[in-house]
Design a protein. Structure first.
Lengths: 105, 154
């Protein structure tokens, strides 16, 4: 295989997995963040104070949907990055196992 | 040589950060997804005569609405199970129990704003009432500031 082609493919792979991971974190940041207390979602007082019309089922469904998307993207990105950089990550471990147990004589 | 030693160390550090962020994200998602369909809100120092924000319950499913008034000297608790019809003719229908004192069955159906649903304070002046044929609200009909919580489960 052409080493330059392979290198470019690896670069794209890395970029793709980093993007996936970053997108997961971004969705996490943008998701509605209702506090959970005593097994129930707490509607923030600021939302209750105004003359708003609040639909708890829709807010909660949106939060669930976004959290799920965020988790899927983040886990996929993290696993992809682990695969992409497996050689760097395993290099240290293999080097350690190669070292003599007693150190230099 | 220094660079070769540093690279794996930095990589392990980055991997650790990624792992922590990933676990954090998954933990958030699991907590959100496994929490029951329940929402709670507080009305704090609701002015005399004031109404809270309106809440639209899910339609076509039983919704348990429980309210407590926590103002000292006027504490109370009331609950109803209600239905939002959602499809024309639209209305809110409910049955439940008023707050002490003199707790009694409350039931009915209405789409008219201001129709009483259930009292949640001892003096029967703070109540949950119909806001629109699709939503409910808390009204403070007393002459003092009132505070409390309302929980909806569906």
């Amino acid at each position: 295989m052409n080493p330059r082609k392979s290198n470019r493919r690896e670069q794209w792979q890395g970029l793709f997995f980093w993007s996936l991971f970053a997108a997961g974190l971004l969705v996490q940041l943008l998701a509605p963040r209702l506090e959970i207390s005593n097994g129930a979602f707490v509607i923030p007082p600021a939302l209750v104070a105004g003359g708003n019309n609040i639909r708890p089922d829709e807010i909660i469904a949106k939060q669930r949907r976004m959290q799920l998307i965020s988790a899927v993207l983040t886990v996929s990105g993290a696993l992809g990055l682990a695969y992409r950089y497996r050689e760097i990550l395993t290099r240290k471990a293999s080097r350690r196992s190669d070292e003599p147990a007693g150190g230099p004589a | 040589m220094m660079t070769n030693q540093k690279t794996p160390r930095a990589a392990v550090l980055v991997a650790a950060v990624i792992t922590v962020l990933t676990f954090g994200t998954v933990a958030n998602a699991v907590q959100t997804i496994t929490t029951a369909n329940a929402a709670t809100f507080s009305y704090i120092n609701l002015l005399p005569g004031a109404i809270s924000a309106a809440f639209t319950p899910v339609f076509g499913r039983p919704v348990s609405v429980m309210g407590v008034n926590t103002t000292i000297g006027d504490r109370g608790v009331g609950q109803v199970t209600l239905l939002r019809s959602g499809i024309a003719p639209t209305f809110i229908e409910w049955t439940g129990l008023e707050s002490p004192a003199a707790a009694a069955i409350t039931s009915g159906f209405s789409g008219v704003a201001g129709t009483h649903i259930v009292y949640i304070n001892f003096a029967h002046t703070v109540d949950i009432e119909v806001n629109t044929p699709d939503s409910i609200r808390v009204r403070n009909g007393s002459g003092i500031l009132q505070s409390g919580n309302v929980t909806l489960i569906w």
